[in-house]
Design a protein around this ligand. Structure first.
Ligand code: NAD
Length: 358
């Protein structure tokens, strides 16, 4: 266990248990170098404890990089509640979980993720202030999906500027794979931009809604990545970019909201070789965390959205660095995040108040 934590430099992993409610949760804090570790709570029926631990570690580290690259004063953390939310979710379990979050004294701040909802965050709020993404009526920012989609749009504009000399998406063919919360919100922006949009989703109802509401074209899910288009936008599951799909790509660029799009780190080099411009997932999809981070200083929508628009600049900086240094965009994003953690992180080392023992 400790060798695994040392390999990726994790600060703290907490196991919490409550027999009465059946609560089993792992909270992983990867880094608090830039600020409190913010990341969502995943509620999922993991087959065993080892897979839950591996997932929470991977996700927590991902949050460190996402927030660092986005310029936030936040570290990275994540929590997983082991169990099927459809069966195990109860008010008592969530509030007990919230007490454990509270006991960390603000080192970890939670939010919504797969298997948890805004209503869950509202319940958690009754036990701790260390939660974001609560309802607007409680002073929160609500569902982050709209902000995430808005950020994806601005990443697309940065890519368009790099590839075609202007931010205009009019007439560009964009394939959106996954038209759930983020994908659907993205469609609205793309249609407003007069892009030509195709959609794919494993859920027929999601496709029907998109086609009905936006008069877009539907394409088969299994072919979505291989369609000849300007931008392929994965907005569903991870690992969609792998040694099988990458040779089949016929797009100029990939800009989507899905987390962990690369099946493994070597896929970024395969993408470079295939000539497809990959906008790194955690740079592109940071709109959600940028938006909820605003809750920590008092949510203000205009200020939050202005910050989300900065994803344009971050995406541009990553692409420029990759071109200048002859490295992949994925590596350029990692270096941006690691550089900021190293340089800004050390600012806090300067002690400003003496801690004198009496
Ligand atoms: P969602 O569950 O609302 O939507 C996902 C959609 O993808 C669903 O309609 C589902 O039917 C579809 N889908 C599932 N498997 C598919 C496949 N193989 N091919 C095509 N479609 C498929 O989720 P969401 O909140 O829209 O998130 C989408 C992605 O973006 C996820 O990877 C998520 O982790 C990531 N993300 C979301 C946010 C956010 O604010 N919601 C923020 C950052 C990252």
């Amino acid at each position: 266990m400790f060798d695994r934590l040392a390999a990726d430099d994790y600060e703290q992993v907490v196991l919490c248990h409550d027999r009465a409610t059946g609560l089993r949760v792992i909270i992983a804090i990867h880094s608090t170098r830039l600020g409190p570790a913010l990341g969502g709570t995943r509620f999922y029926p993991y087959p065993d404890d080892a897979s839950a631990l591996e997932d929470v570690l991977r996700l927590a580290k991902g949050m460190t990089y996402k927030s660092a690259a986005a310029g936030l004063d936040l570290g990275g953390g994540k929590a997983v509640i082991i169990g099927d939310p459809a069966v195990a979710r109860t008010e008592a379990l969530l509030r007990m979980y919230a007490r454990f979050v509270d006991a960390l004294g603000g080192r970890y701040i939670t939010a919504e993720d797969v298997g948890t909802t805004q209503a869950d965050m509202d319940l958690i709020r009754r036990e701790t202030a260390y939660v974001t993404g609560v309802s607007r009526s409680l002073g929160g920012s609500g569902d982050p999906s709209a902000a995430t989609a808005y950020g994806v749009l601005h990443a697309m504009k940065a890519v368009a500027k790099h590839l075609w000399g202007g931010t205009d998406l009019e007439g560009r063919h964009v394939v959106v794979a996954g038209v759930g919360k983020v994908g659907y919100a993205l469609l609205r922006h793309l249609v407003e931009e007069r892009a030509r949009v195709s959609v794919a989703d494993v859920a027929p109802a999601a496709v029907e809604r998109a086609v009905r509401d936006f008069a877009v074209e539907a394409v088969p899910v299994e072919k979505a990545h291989a369609i000849d288009c300007d931008i392929y936008s994965p907005c569903a599951m991870g690992a969609i970019l792998n040694p099988v799909t990458i040779p089949e790509l016929h797009c100029a660029a990939i800009v989507g909201s899905a987390n962990n799009q690369l099946a493994d780190p070597s896929c970024s080099d395969l993408l470079v070789d295939s000539g497809v411009l990959y906008a790194p997932d955690y740079v592109v999809n940071a709109g959600g965390v940028i938006n909820i981070a605003e809750e920590l200083i008092g949510y203000h929508r205009e200020r939050a959205y202005a910050n989300v628009r900065r994803i344009f600049d971050t995406t541009t900086a990553v692409i420029d660095t990759a071109v200048d240094r002859g490295i992949s965009t994925a590596t350029a994003a990692d270096r941006l995040a690691e550089g900021r953690i190293a340089s800004v992180g050390r600012v806090q080392l300067l002690r400003t108040s003496p801690r004198v023992r009496r």
